[in-house]
Design a protein around this ligand. Sequence first.
Ligand SMILES: [Fe+2]
Length: 307
Amino acid sequence: MIDPTLAGLMNGFLPGPRTAERVPATWTDAPYTRCSLSPLTPTIGAIVEGVDLGGPVDDDVAAELHRALLEWKVLFFRDQDIDGAQQARFAAKWGPLETHPFYGTVTGTEVAAPEVVRLEKDAKVGGFENLWHSDVTWREEPSLGSVLRTIEVPDIGGDTLWADMGAAYDRLTPTMQARIDGMTAVHDWYTNFGLAMDPDERDRLRPQFPAVEHPVVRTHPETGRRTLFVNRAFTQHLVGLDPRESDELLEHLYAQASFPEYQCRWRWRPGDVAFWDNRSTQHYASSDYFPARRVMERITVCGDRPR
Ligand SMILES: [Fe+2]
């Protein structure tokens, strides 16, 4: 039994049961008849079987996958022999595809089509996505989700982890939930990608991509679930707080993604494809495999403005 007087010192990070809900109370369960799902954890991540992403994915299958995405937040598909065009066709079932304005410039990678982000790392490039984040939250409309395809995976290492930010929000104390309710945060690419850019290029892009403000707690546009929507990669500060208070509070909120109880972890094999909901999750690319190479291609679906 932990001395209760230590609870304050541990800032809420007490050991003990840490169970979370998979879906909001308004969710209605329904059977999956066109595919089967094998969950990885109680709340996040499921392997989908019975779907060939290279073949035609009809509307009924797509509807089940969509429901599965909302329910499990990250879907994994094994042994998919697909090329970039098939990957793009699958992703496009969920909406217009996003083009990253400067990922290729910053990393110097060449891609077959503008909607492809090629994540290519080896001993020379090193890792840089090994911090918890949602993709492109510096956009006014961050992406809905991404489809990530393996091109070359190391024999061991290079796992990706995802965290369920709805579970993370639910398990904040009521006091903390009340404190951040209605707060907004500034998100920006300038102190992240911008640092790796040629200054002239950075200045050219700046007017097109100014810093943006998003709610700290986002309501998922489809499930209605509240999710914690600040991340260590792109969130700069909390609006209206002095810098020290903002930093302290953000540190506490960032740390929520680090609980293994809210996470799933995927060990990649050749032929794997992952599809995640960027609105309800954060992810982290483990950078433990150098000098081995790891190459992935990501195609991202446009999202909406967080509310
Ligand atoms: Fe990412």
